[in-house]
Design a protein around this ligand. Sequence first.
Ligand code: AMP
Ligand code: ZN
Ligand code: ZN
Length: 423
Amino acid sequence: MATTVLTSALFSSNIYAQTNANEQQQQWHELEPTVILISIDGARHDYLDRYAAPNLNRLANEGLRAEHLQPVFPTKTFPNHYSLVTGLHPQNHGITENSIYDPNFDAIFRMSITHEVTNPRWWGGEPIWVTAELQDTIAGTFFFPGSEAPIKDTQATYWFPYDGSVSNRERVDTVIEWLEKPQAERPQMITLYFSDVDSAGHGYGPGSREVAQALRNIDNEIGHLVTQLEQRGWLDSVDIMITADHGMARVDQTKHMVIDQAYDSERAERALYSRELAHIFAKDGEIANIVAELEANLPHAQVFTKETMPARFHYTDNDRIADVLAVANPGWIFAREFRLEDMQNDPEYFRPRGSHGYDNEHPDMQGIFIAHGPSFKQNAEVGPVKMVDLYNVVAHILALEPAANDGNPAVIPMLLNVEPEAE
Ligand code: AMP
Ligand code: ZN
Ligand code: ZN
C-alpha cells in the first residue's frame, strides 16, 4: 500500500496532500488528554436560559450542565479565578480580594499594579498550570489571574501579560494554534478568559440588552472554537470546561450607603473599599467601636469581625483579611463621600447597573458551569458545583497528582466517567 501511495504521489500532489491530512487526522485522534478551561467572567447561572446562546446550550445539552457554579466568598474576580485553579479558599491561597493590603509586606496588591500582580509573594497554593508543568505536562494560559507570576518558580510554557484589548477571536485562534503544535510542544492544560459579559453586567445590569449581546458575542466565539475543533476531528477528544467566576446582581445607584459617613475613619489604621465590601484594619482597641458604628449606620449591610464571620465564608485565617468587614446586601452598594456629587449628577445616575462581591450563597452570585468532552458525562444535569472542587477534576483528567487543596474529591465521579469505587 505504501508503495502505491508513494508512486501515485509522484503523479498527483493531491494524493500526497491527502495522505498527509490522513496522518495528521490520525495524530489528532491520538491527542493526549487535553483540557480547555474557559472563564466567562460574570456569566450568571440563569443567562443560558434567559438569553440566546446556541453554542453554549449545545455543549450543555450534549455534555454536562450544573445547576450552578457556586463562587467562593468574596464573589470577586481575582479570588474566584484563583480558587478555581488552586482548589483553595481565598484565606488559604492569599488572593483575598481584587485589592489586598498585606500588613506583613506593608504593600497593596491591585489588578492594575503590574509589579505586584507578577510578584509570586502574593500567590499561594499551586495553580493547575503549575501542577501540570511540574509534572512534565505543558500548559498554556490565554489570560488568567496568577498566570503572570512565577508561582513555585514556574509558569505555563505559553502565557501573556494581561491585555484586555486583545480580541476574543485572537484568543481562540491562538488556542487552536497551540493544539496544532507537535506533540512535544502542544499544551494539554489550557485556559481562556473573556471579560465582556462581566463588563456589560456592570454597566447595564444583568437584565439588559447589553448583557444579552455580550453573551451572544462570547457564544459566537465558543461556536468558532467548536467549529475549529470539529474541522480537525478534535471535538470529542478535548475536554472543554466553561465556568464563571461569579454572577451579577442588579443594583441601582440610588440604593447606596456612604461608607465614609458610616463610622469614624480615625478609628481605622487603613481601609479598602469597593462598591460591595469594606475591609477595615482597626487601630488598637477600636474594633468594637467600628462595628457598633457600622451596625448603627449601615441598614443594608452585614458587619463581621473575624470572631463573627460565618464559617461558611472560610474567610478569617489570613493576615490580609481585615479586622472588620462590611458586606452590602445584594442590590445595595457602598459609595464614597468624595464621589457622591459626581455620582448623583451623572445623567446616567438612574440607569440599572450590576455588582458582585456579595454573599456567595445568594442566587444572583451563582455562575454557569458546562463541561463537554470525553472525560465528562454526557447529556447530564448535575446539582450545584463549588468553585474549589474543580481543581481536583482537572488534575484527574490530566492524570496529575493534585497539590493539597480544599476541594471535595467526591465531585470527580459526579462529573466524570469514572466509577465511584475507583476513587
Ligand atoms: P471585576 O472588577 O471584579 O469586575 O473584574 C473584572 C475585570 O478584571 C475585567 O474586566 C478585566 O479588566 C480585569 N481582569 C481580568 N483578568 C485579569 C488579569 N489576569 N489581569 C488583570 N486584570 C484582569
Ligand atoms: Zn469577575
Ligand atoms: Zn465584575
